[in-house]
Design a protein around this ligand. Sequence first.
Ligand code: M6R
Length: 608
Amino acid sequence: MCGIVGYAGRRPGKPIILDGLRRLEYRGYDSAGIVLIEDGVLQTTRAVGNLDALYAAAGANGSQATVGLGHTRWATHGRPNHENAHPHDDCSGRVSIVLNGIVENYKELRAELGARGHVFKSETDAEVVAHLIEEHIGDGLTAAVRATLASLDGHYAFCALSADEPGIVVGTRDECPLVVGVGEGEMFFASAIPAFLTHTSTIIALEDGDVVTLRAEGAQICDVAGQPLVREQTVVPWDDDAAEKGGYETFMLKEIHEQPAALRDTLAGRLREDGVVDLSEVGLDDEMLRRLRRIFIVACGTSYHAGLIVSYAIEQLARVPVQIDVASEFRYREPVFGADTLVIGITQSGETADTLAAMRLARAAGSPVLAVTNLMGSQATREADYVLYTRAGLEIGVAATKTHTAQVAALLLLALRLAWARGVMPEAELKRLGHELRAVPEQVEQLLARPSAIEEIARRYHDERFFLYLGRGMGFAVCLEGALKLKEISYIPTEAYAAGEMKHGPIALLDKESPVVVVADDSPVFPKLVSNIEEVRARGADVIAVATDGNEAIGELSRDVLWVPKCDHHLAPILTVIPLQLLAYHIAGMKGLNVDQPRNLAKTVTVE
Ligand code: M6R
């Protein structure tokens, strides 16, 4: 969740580190800090709030230091205040560290270090790392970091500086991301590649336990025992523009409009001309798909909603029983695994701690694990037997949009291939669905280009205190996602309910001031939804429906209709969620909120 940037080079490091932090700000934004080695002395600046506060405190330029570290924080241990902001230093002020993740045994370590005379300045778990390094610094920074690892429990990535070795930065990782960027006469550490993409796209992906010493000239990597290691350099095919807003007011709006491209890229090469899905690149062969008796899907937040949407499609099309759970529940509920159970972990970042833990658990119990992720080389890819990439490109807005629809598209491909392999549907029908899926990116493009009433609706309702979302089947799962979007960026309480359940409780919430959003696309459950809409209208609440072009009945029933193009109902969730993303976006905008950085949230959640 926190973001780390490290630099060792020949140029002034401060603007490079601050710019890198700006690009990682989506990872956490409650406080930030930077440390530079200036004339053999560590100069640290910390600030509470987002990066603007750090820029104000540190100034963008004015330092000639060529080695330094930066950090943007999402608080886990210790409130977001000045003392708890990273970097943290040791007692002597000669060692400084930035950390992402959690040191689980920090209380014991703090007590032991305290007994040996160390004095702590923060409430964080991270600070113990600086003090542990201090105890071993006589052997040099790299050896001190290696020695420190022996004392730490948890999952973390950290980088360290020593004023006595002003030309190096040392970093290490264990189950938290840290990647090396290889420039010309300069080297970078970062939690994620976009931090240094302006300077280089050549990276070294690190393994858990690697200890890396960066100098301007290059990286030396060893294991915890000091044995040298060789790690390959790769060039990432990413465009630096991805980290810019490209003329849009916000990243979220840009990413909503990038959905046609994200969907096209996700489907590319995976749908044959005849409409048959080809997932051979994933390595899941038809024989294995035929043998499956059950599928578990585990994920969090928006990724969970993508899983829920497609769980309906998998059961309906491929006739395999699917159980789906949020990863934080799944991992502790002692699920029954088996070799004939495929476990699918969905995580756009590939870093979500609970999802990774659930995948690890499944694998240890002998179930094959498939990761569905947007991030090449992320931790999820290491915890899985198979990887199905979404190709949505970098997503910076905290509220997931394009990665969500790309997940749904990728998982629909899987549903279709499963159905094909198991021979449970006529081939012609599967080919028709394949052709329809191929047309969806174009339909999304048309949908985004249409004039729509969304802004007018947002203006009318942005001061309401509660929104109810109702749907059935896949439409219910879309409602969960629409309701999450609205609550996370506008802070308006929302509830998403299976429409048939409404009269068992939530109907009590309805009054004239509570708009009800109904996902009412043309699906087999549409006639059932009509009676639910009538129940809502009878209580005086306004209905905003998301419906399929040409559905005449819905116009009579709703105050507003947000139309989406016609497609097979299994594919419709890719379209119906888009008006809900935009509704949330405009409501939050009208409330004057920062949609890219909603309060209390972080884009990647690397703690449980
Ligand atoms: O990276 P992941 O897909 O594992 O992230 C899961 C959730 O943290 C994420 O979807 C979260 O709910 C988003 N903020 C939703 O917009």
